[in-house]
Ligand binder design. Structure first.
Ligand code: ZN
Length: 413
């Protein structure tokens, strides 16, 4: 079968029909709909000379044995957020399916080629992303926390995992999957506006942003909204509000694509007749450079302490999660750039703001690169997520070229 990128678009539409509704994609990991999508994917690959395996972390693998056990991996995730888009994750997997069909057609490749459908990239049900890829990369170190996490219905994650054939105590055994991995490739929608603004269909990704995620608790004093003079207030929300604006300057000073987001503030008592006693604020900061990211965090923290003094409140910082910036493999970024230029005439190198399974694989020391396809209006994690079919097809072609170049590169080294 020669490469047929139009088939990828048709299959993605088929998957949308099968696992979406009027509100969008519903392939949330560890649910029936997700299993339906995964079974559908298995059917698509039935009949090809591939070895199938579901590993200890629930990742699905299809392996085309080559002359060497050294392997080129193509990855994606078929899970989605609730009411998600039709392309996030699924396009990666289906493009990989199409590329595999083409590679199979050409006979035994010089190196092994594998497709992986990572389990639970989104973390939509239990609030922790990259389950399957972090198990395979060996970075999963929070099994105890995972065990005790519950979904909004009070179902423990450990129990949901068991219902889907995953024993949490054995999840890290998925590490052996990366033993012979010599390169990892992942195509994804950009989920941002950069390529669209440059009128480019596809780009090469240089790495993923480092992330600092913190919960900031401001403590003041609840007081009557009518009887407490303005200069006698200890208003917790005032500190949070000042910080929410200050982070704009923190990002501007850092430059280089720095982003800071105060994604929420929950106030107590939260009634119209009281000064706010506690404000719990969420902060997310991202940058491609580790030192700059550390400076951004320090500046936000110092500013919060100044605001706490100004407002006569207390402030406390608790880390939610962080990850270092991850730079992709230079040689593979060059190959990705070449592949994009061959199919689209022009390429662009850009960093990824969102995290991806590729970041986990890169952390495990496997040379990694990603391709981004343009996202219309930069929208994702909504049913409005979209990419022109012609651009999806170009992205499939770019992944195909990149796969060929990578196979040759791995075979040569
Ligand atoms: Zn994704």
């Amino acid at each position: 079968m020669p490469l047929d990128p139009a088939r990828t678009v048709a299959e993605l539409r088929e998957l949308r029909e099968l696992t979406g509704d009027e509100n969008g994609a519903q392939r949330v990991a560890w649910t029936e709909t997700w299993e339906t999508a995964r079974a559908w994917l298995r059917e698509k690959l039935d009949g090809l000379p591939l070895e199938y395996e579901r590993d200890e972390a629930g990742n699905q693998w299809w392996t085309l044995r080559g002359e060497s056990p050294r392997a080129v991996l193509i990855g994606g995730h078929i899970d989605s957020v609730p009411n998600g888009g039709w392309l996030d994750g699924a396009m990666n997997v289906m493009a990989g399916v199409e590329v595999l069909r083409r590679v199979v057609e050409e006979g035994t490749p010089p190196v092994t080629v594998r497709l992986v459908d990572w389990a639970d990239e989104e973390g939509a049900r239990f609030g922790r992303s990259l389950f399957g890829s972090s198990a395979a990369s060996g970075t999963m170190a929070d099994q105890q926390e995972i065990r005790n996490r519950v979904d909004p219905d009070g179902i423990r994650w450990e129990d949901a995992l068991r219902d889907h054939g995953v024993d949490l105590d054995r999840a890290l055994e998925a590490r052996r999957q990366l033993e012979h991995a010599s390169a990892y490739l992942e195509l994804h929608i950009e989920q941002g506006p950069v390529l669209e603004s440059m009128k480019l269909p596809v780009g090469a990704v240089i790495g993923t942003f480092g992330v600092e995620r913190w919960q900031i608790t401001w403590r003041g004093q609840a007081a009557h909204a009518g009887s407490t003079p303005m200069d006698k207030r200890r208003d917790a929300l005032a500190g949070a509000a000042k910080l929410a604006l200050e982070i704009r300057d923190v990002a501007a000073r850092a430059g280089g694509g720095a982003v800071c987001t105060s994604g929420g503030v929950v106030c107590k008592p939260g009634i119209v007749t009281s000064v706010v006693e506690t404000a719990v604020q969420l902060l997310d900061q991202r940058h491609m450079d580790a030192d700059t990211l550390a400076t951004m965090l320090r500046e936000a923290r110092e500013a919060s302490e100044r605001f706490a003094r100004e407002e006569d409140v207390e402030v406390e910082w608790d880390k939610i999660w962080s990850i270092q910036p991850i730079l992709f493999d230079e040689r593979l970024v060059d190959l990705a750039d070449d592949a994009v230029r061959e199919v689209a005439g022009e390429s662009h190198r850009l960093p990824s703001g969102p995290l991806h399974d590729a970041a986990e694989v890169a952390r495990a020391g496997v040379p990694t690169v990603m391709l981004f396809s343009q996202s219309l209006r930069g929208l994702s994690h909504t049913k409005l997520e979209d990419t022109e079919p012609a651009h999806i097809e170009l992205a499939v072609e770019a992944l195909d070229r990149l796969t060929s170049k990578t196979i040759a590169w791995v075979a040569d080294t």
